[in-house]
Design a binder for this molecule. Structure first.
Ligand code: MN
Ligand code: MN
Length: 445
């Protein structure tokens, strides 16, 4: 018999005590596979390429747009008029993009001008190994992919030495690190063929790029090149319980969603949406606001003489996005009773947004009720949270863009430390429990 206390009181508990026999081994295997995904996908394009590889292996059809957003679909037994079971996550992560005319030379250095993408604390990205990734569309339309190997040289943004940091330290963070100062050091050897003249270091960098990729300075105009943290994801903590790496936001949910889609036995048609552009408002042709996603779903509906409206109205969606894990080092930004906790499984967020839930879709109690039944029914360790103290700030996800399509949607995702920093950290057990949560949705009966 449960005691009165056990019956009436509920407090989130760590997931470690709730695993079944032999489940820890699965947690660790899943973590290794997730790290491989992180290492394969450091840009949204690379994530799409990896998702397509894995989808093909599992015989799962995929719809893509500009190789930057992808929708994986597994047909269920029920008609589409009964709705979809959707997990929508995003595969873009904060990073530092190049400007259209990036390259210049100053005082013997070749430098690249940048414009950061997404919300970053700029000083995180200084004095940190970076690598250049992306695509260049050459004049004749040829697509050149830039994806350096692990043994290639890294790039970096320089910072002031502490010895001479007197003025820098007095400034506010915003004043000390203006966006236009985030110039990447790209070279320091003058061209060897030209013995004199200006910009010989710049020329040397251009001839290197020409040799390697067949590109000229003009080709930067039709390129999508960005700086992302160099190096691989690796275990974190002396106990190796966590993963430190770039892009957990939101590749941790993206990977969990994709894996759950491959592993599920769907009654309703299961859809995994991996969207781009979340970090800049889900805008654009590959963002969650794009009609691309509707066009793909509509095509399926048309084949069954069902309208997209009917299908959406009966659908249910998890907006899979990371939550900020409670950080004991910065306890004052959070309400400890209502914050995501690392090691406690995925965090369900009824509302996101900022300042009075502004910009949030604020899921209905019924939607959270169904979520609760699904997760408890599948033995998932989960909890609920809000993003920090009420007036501290906030954030958004793709949830509202699904909700406005008349799809019942709630936010749920992996708690993460150091969100948007070059090294974000998640707990392995949370990645696993999030996978179980997404699987529970896809297996909805
Ligand atoms: Mn996110
Ligand atoms: Mn984010």
């Amino acid at each position: 018999m449960e005691s009165k206390r056990e019956t009436l009181m509920r407090k989130p508990a760590p997931a470690y005590g709730k695993l079944k026999d032999g489940e820890w081994k699965k947690v660790l295997t899943f973590a290794e596979e997730y790290k491989s995904f992180l290492n394969a996908g450091k840009t949204e394009r690379e994530c799409v390429a990896e998702a397509l590889r894995q989808a093909e292996r599992h015989g799962v059809p995929a719809y893509t747009r500009h190789n930057k957003a992808v929708m994986l679909i597994r047909r269920g037994k029920r008609p589409l008029s009964d709705g979809l079971r959707i997990v929508a996550a995003h595969i873009d992560s904060p990073r530092i993009d190049l400007k259209p005319y990036p390259l210049y030379e100053k005082e013997g250095f070749a430098l690249l001008k940048t414009h950061y993408y997404g919300g970053i604390k700029k000083y995180h990205w200084l004095a940190h190994p970076l690598e250049l990734r992306g695509v260049v569309i050459l004049r004749d339309g040829t697509v050149v992919t830039i994806a350096p190997g692990t043994d290639e040289p890294v790039l970096f943004i320089s910072d002031v030495l502490p010895h001479l940091g007197k003025d820098q330290e007095k400034k506010t963070v915003i004043e000390a690190f203006p966006g236009d100062n985030l110039n990447v050091t790209a070279g320091s050897i003058p061209d060897t063929e030209e013995k004199e003249g200006d910009d010989r270091v710049k020329l040397a960098v251009l001839s290197l790029l020409h040799q390697k990729y067949g590109m000229t300075e003009h080709d930067f105009q039709s390129a999508e090149l960005c700086l992302v943290p160099a190096g691989s994801a690796r275990d974190a903590g002396l106990d190796g319980s966590m993963i430190g790496g770039y892009g957990h936001d939101d590749r941790s949910c993206s990977y969990a969603a994709m894996r759950a889609l491959f592993d599920c036995d769907p009654e309703y048609t299961a859809v995994c949406v991996l969207a781009d552009k979340e970090e800049i408002g889900s805008e654009g042709i590959t963002g969650m606001q794009s009609a691309f996603f509707d066009a793909a779903a509509e095509e399926l509906c048309a084949a069954e003489q069902t309208t997209l409206r009917t299908c959406y109205a009966n659908s249910f969606c998890f907006s899979g996005d990371v939550a900020n894990a409670y950080d004991p080092n910065f306890a004052d930004i959070s309400d400890p009773q209502n914050n995501a906790r690392m090691g406690h499984g995925p965090c369900v967020m009824k509302a996101t947004g900022r300042g009075g839930k502004s910009g949030s879709s604020d899921a209905s109690a019924e939607t959270v009720g169904k979520t609760r039944r699904l997760l408890d029914g599948a033995g998932v360790c989960w909890h609920m949270g809000e993003m920090g103290k009420v007036d501290q700030g906030g954030g958004g996800t793709v949830a509202k863009f699904l909700a406005m399509r008349n799809i019942e949607t709630v936010d749920i995702g992996v708690p993460v430390l150091n969100m948007h920093a070059p090294m974000e950290v998640v707990a392995k057990i949370d990645c696993w429990e999030t996978y179980k949560a997404f699987l529970a949705l896809y297996n909805d009966r």
